[in-house]
Design a protein around this ligand. Sequence first.
Ligand code: FAD
Length: 402
Amino acid sequence: MRIAIVGGGVGGLVLALSLLDAGLADVHVFEASRRSAQVGVGINILPHAIRELTELGLLDELDRCAVRTGAVAYHNRFGQQIWCEPRGVSAGYHWPQLSIHRGELFGVLARAVDDRLGADRVHLATTIDDPTALAATFDVVVGCDGVHSAVRSWMYPDEGGPLWNGVTMWRGITTMQPFFDGRTMALAGVVDHRIVVYPIADLPDGRQLVNWVAEVRTDDARPMPRQDWDRRADVAEPLRHFDSFRFAWLDVPTMIAAASNVFIYPMVDRDALPSWCRENVVLLGDAAHPMYPIGSNGASQAIIDARILARELAVSPTIDEALSSYETLRSPATAAVVAANRHAGPEQCMEIVAERAPNGFTSLDDVITVRELEAIAARYRSVAGFDPAVLNERASWSVAAP
Ligand SMILES: Cc1cc2nc3c(=O)[nH]c(=O)nc-3n(C[C@H](O)[C@H](O)[C@H](O)COP(=O)(O)OP(=O)(O)OC[C@H]3O[C@@H](n4cnc5c(N)ncnc54)[C@H](O)[C@@H]3O)c2cc1C
């Protein structure tokens, strides 16, 4: 079976590795950029996706350049803690949650693809504007070409661009002393005005690379910022919104001011599609289901898509059945995550507390119960597919697994 992958991002590279793992070796990757151009900010990969990367033999290498996230802590805009839950192995998962520099993640994936598939199968600086010619020469074409997918526009020419919710995100990395235990992802504020911060690498001198995303609703008649992963912004832009974010555990303005580079991106997603397939062409990852970066799920869901699609192509009697079964398994599941993220996902606790106690609280118990907090967290884990009991118990998706 000849398979063409359009786009060599997280989804495309993990798909290439998964196809090989499933015994499908006639694979070509077409990637628009040169690899060195990968954007230099952080990303969080959740345990359900790390399980898949572990089964592909990548955990040791990832572990060498990532931070194992031990907890996620949610705060109000005064830095008061609302909820803190263990993550990764601390939460009983058999696999860690990793926070990592995007460049490092791409490096690990790209090296594995070059070693296992062969660098000659990865066609860099090759943009596919229309998959028709590939569809005629390959048995399957998979559009892994991200939020601006040309393959998706070819399938749905009238759809238009991604949908902006009015929130602008500035992202950066700051070299600094660890906050909390040096293993915690922290959020403070509400989706309209909030900071997300997590360490992505330990440095030899005890400091860390800390990734941050500063989010503000800025839709007061401003046009949507251009959607380029590597569009730079002046540090003064996010800084002016976060002057009051000075907490005992983190001085946000100092952290933002010390960032090496600042990137700007709008918070966008798209509505669910009626179908991900047209003939032998199919969508995967952000091309199929871009979602707000809430709950750290976009790349993790792309990784799961890749594993399921590879398995279905390897075990199904026909390609049509494989594509249809992949879509049945993944389309409703990812549509549910897109919808949950539109309602703040696991970060709903921050919205509720801000509504009930806009000026902060003396006792959190007067504002929200532990039961409510647990229910929000459990609901999202279940929707996004990373409930620890379910994940630990379910059979492997590797074709070769017993
Ligand atoms: C601020 C922010 C923070 C995020 N944080 C997280 C997080 O912590 N955890 C998480 O899981 N997700 C996160 N995400 C989402 C995550 O980045 C995406 O979901 C993920 O990158 C999707 O992977 P993909 O392979 O589908 O697409 P992409 O990573 O976008 O890759 C698409 C690839 O296709 C290539 N390409 C594009 N067009 C063409 C073409 N016509 N021909 C050939 N190649 C093409 C591109 O160059 C690119 O390499 C975040 C997103 C944002 C905006």
